[in-house]
Design a protein around this ligand. Structure first.
Ligand code: SAH
Ligand code: SF4
Length: 354
């Protein structure tokens, strides 16, 4: 599958427009690349939506600062530690702490404290991913020292013009700062992840082709990408009539996952919740064409209504054990094997250590 490491923009565009039998063959091929390069294991990352307090106002996101319609929450320390213990008990190899973006010292110190507490309570057995937006190099360093291993900052779209259309025009929402954050993370020794939203208003097929080339050029270790899903209380909602139908956004996301697996065979790729939102079996389909990571939600139920980044988010009312049982069945249905008790670092990351 060497040919894909140097795939051209024109070839990507060609594959993004496949349909029918040709598309099925292409998915099949991507599935084969996955099996050959990373096998059929699926790794769990227990997701904790730590806080919906956010200093930013991204035009697409339901928890943006100016949304007055939601109750703001931050998990208590013991809730975080208990969830980590649950992940540990259930043999998840790792945990993701995600939240709105804040850089005040209370928050920075709190996250440091929580990282240490989690490791203490789980015998240092879990690998921890943070997804808490852009921070200073000092903060990234501090959190790394406190035991965070991986960090996810989605670029959202690699097109600067489009980035500016979906964010307020100020220093807090700067495309260049986002890129800089990714560069610093790489320097700081994290396993680095990025990703994009697919099917945004004003976003063309060429834009998403460029997103794939951009992700490849960053040489990241992991990727989480999925369809854009509108949210009624956000400024971007007014463009909903211009969006691709949800089925098309879903299909485009599948094609992106398949292509990325072919372009970067050894990275970790998440089957995202947004894919499941647009199709009940979205995550299983993503696993078949290239994804190998799933993030079961471990956020205590009472907070989940507060973390609706987009509409119709699944599993908002489900008990964790019920969702987990269903998830295990779907993974097996997709022909994959659930890997328990493993960190599941990406092969790409391990390879670049030597
Ligand atoms: N605040 C952090 C992490 C939490 S938001 C950050 O922004 O990096 C996590 C991700 O949710 C964002 O990166 C974005 O890609 C996704 N997201 C937000 N609103 C969305 C929407 N309407 N549809 C699909 N994904 C969305
Ligand atoms: Fe905040 Fe992240 Fe939502 Fe932007 S995408 S408003 S930074 S939570």
């Amino acid at each position: 599958m060497k040919e894909f490491s140097n795939i051209s923009r024109a070839e990507i565009l060609e594959m993004l427009s496949l349909n029918g039998k040709e598309l099925q063959d292409f998915y099949e091929r991507a599935g084969q690349v996955k099996l050959k390069s990373v096998g059929n294991k699926v790794y769990y990352r227990g997701l904790l939506e730590y806080s919906n307090r956010c200093a930013k106002n991204c035009f697409y996101c339901g928890v943006r600062k100016d949304n007055q319609n939601i109750d703001r929450y931050t998990l208590e320390d013991n809730e975080v530690v208990e969830a980590a213990k649950l992940a540990h008990k259930k043999q998840f190899g790792s945990l993701v702490l995600q939240s709105g973006e804040r850089s005040d010292s209370w928050f920075v110190n709190k996250v440091s404290h929580l990282l240490r507490e989690i490791h203490k309570a789980t015998n240092n057995d879990l690998h921890i991913t943070l997804s808490m937006g852009e921070q200073t190099e000092k903060t990234f360093d501090l959190w790394r020292e406190c035991g965070a291993h991986r960090y996810l900052v989605r670029i959202e779209t690699s097109d600067k013009n489009l980035y500016q259309k979906i964010h307020p025009n100020d220093q807090l929402h700067s495309y260049d700062r986002r890129i800089e954050a990714l560069e610093i993370l790489r320097k700081t020794g994290y396993q680095v992840g990025t990703g994009v939203m697919i099917g945004l208003p004003f976003q063309s097929r060429e834009d998403v082709a460029d997103d794939l080339l951009f992700i490849k050029s960053l040489d990241v270790d992991m990727v989480g990408m999925g369809p854009y899903i509108e949210h009624e209380t956000t400024p971007l909602f007014k463009y909903q009539d211009q969006l691709r139908p949800k089925s098309e956004r879903f299909e485009l996301s599948m094609k992106m996952v398949a292509l990325l697996r072919m372009m970067m065979p050894t990275i970790n790729i998440a089957a995202t919740t947004a894919m499941q939102t647009l199709h009940p079996e979205g995550r299983e389909f993503a696993l078949r064409v290239g994804a190998n990571v799933i993030m079961p939600n471990l956020t205590p139920l009472k907070y989940r209504e507060g973390y609706l980044l987009y509409e119709n988010k699944p599993n908002v009312h489900e008990e964790t054990d019920v969702s987990l049982e269903k998830l295990k069945q779907s993974i097996e249905k997709a022909g994959c094997q659930l890997a328990l008790g493993e960190w599941g670092d990406s092969k790409h990351f391990r390879d670049r250590q030597y």
